[in-house]
Design a protein around this ligand. Sequence first.
Ligand code: NAD
Length: 491
Amino acid sequence: MGAFTVLQNHINGEWIASNATEFLEIINPATVETLGKVPLSSAREVDQAVQAAQQAFTTWRRVPAGDRIQYLFKLKVLLEEHLDDLAQTITMECGKTLAESKGELRRAIENVEVACGIPMMMQGYNSEDVARGIDEFMIRQPLGVVGIICPFNFPAMIPFWFMPYAIACGNTVILKPSEKVPLTLQKIVQLIEQTGLPAGVVNLVNGTKVVVDAMLDHPAVRAISFVGSTPIAKYVYSRAAANGKRAQCQGGAKNPVIVLSDADIATTTRIMADSAFGCAGQRCLAASVAITVGDAKQTFTEAIAEVATTRKVGYGLEDGIQMGAVITAGSKNRIERLIQQGVDQGATALVDGRQSKILGYEQGYFVRPTILQNVNPLGDLAKTEIFGPVLSLIHLESIDEAIALINQGQYGNMACLFTSSGAAARKFRYEAEAGNIGINIGVAAPMAQFPFSGWKDSFFGDLHGQGHHAVEFFTQTKVVIERWHDWTRQF
Ligand code: NAD
């Protein structure tokens, strides 16, 4: 990792060594190698970054939107050129497979592409003659300095749900990567530097709670975009709101999927396995509860158990690996403890992925795919976000019971249905209480031009990341009412 052995902050266009006294090791979860150290920066360093961003804002907001997006066009090219290297970095620090890392980068790039449409997306509207000789306009203006706080599971994609839109709208940004996976964003900010973006428009401060709190409390930070677990999302949302800031905070999830007896079981199983075990179950859109209805129970259970048993688990950089490691030793222990808790509460481990050792990576944080059968629909396991490759199976007699169970849930990130019935699909789409719905889709991740629409305890705020929502979030509306007394005179 060379120059990145001890990570630096990027403030006002310069890489600056943090004056932190505490550092955390960045660990490759498959090999358990140390990849570098991340500083836990101080509130003073956040203040320096905010001041730089505030200074940069005064000139950046005056750059025409059509010129601002030129930096994004350059960034897209650089991201494409460095895709392999970035994907490798994601896999090394985050544990997912190389194909998954490339897929994540693709979604990041799509957000850059959509944000290139901002000259049109941030247009306002107007009405002539709202009263005699009086015109009224709505224009969108940038907010100023905005903070973006990221989780560990998508080190490249998640900052891009916000950052391209924020800067294209004329704001300046402070990025805080997850302390578990800070290498990817360092590399991305290096690429941003290569675009020639003016100093201070994008700043990066490494750290944990101290950095987050400093952003939440800084009077010059106008808005906060956060993605992470529900308790922290709730905390960030409350503290940001108490300080008068705009906030959009995406939280955790427990994603249910209904399998009806008229679904194509072979296709459903393949898609469901990718959803439940892809990224080792560490997606906020991972299917975690499969609810079979009627005759689907036996065929789906047998098929998914087979796929779970044969999934190739290992180091994500190696060829043919279908599932990588989970993020930390603590995470592995927690997942295994929750599996045991499920068994203690009456579930059967149809496929048990605990205590797995991968040849050559015996110290790695691996949990193999796990299927728990006969899970109590109202028990803890059916409600708790496990964030690992564990699929719980529940059987119910009707789609109505299944939708009712989904709607009782705390979270509302995603709900999916597998069926060949259009009527069932419409009913589900209409009634299911979740912000992202999949019909015969296992990971209902909205494309960049759509909002990432979590509901309930999966989202705190009103405007989501991506697309038009991001443009609205990163701009404030100004209404101008205008009259010129002498406009009818002869010129
Ligand atoms: P996390 O909540 O532990 O951390 C997220 C961010 O908050 C990190 O940058 C971290 O440094 C910071 N943080 C942690 N503790 C804090 C505290 N006490 N005060 C202030 N800041 C704090 O989340 P994670 O483990 O990195 O990510 C996994 C979680 O994120 C899962 O719950 C997953 O469902 C969720 N997630 C949600 C979405 C979504 O779109 N809804 C997307 C990805 C991940």
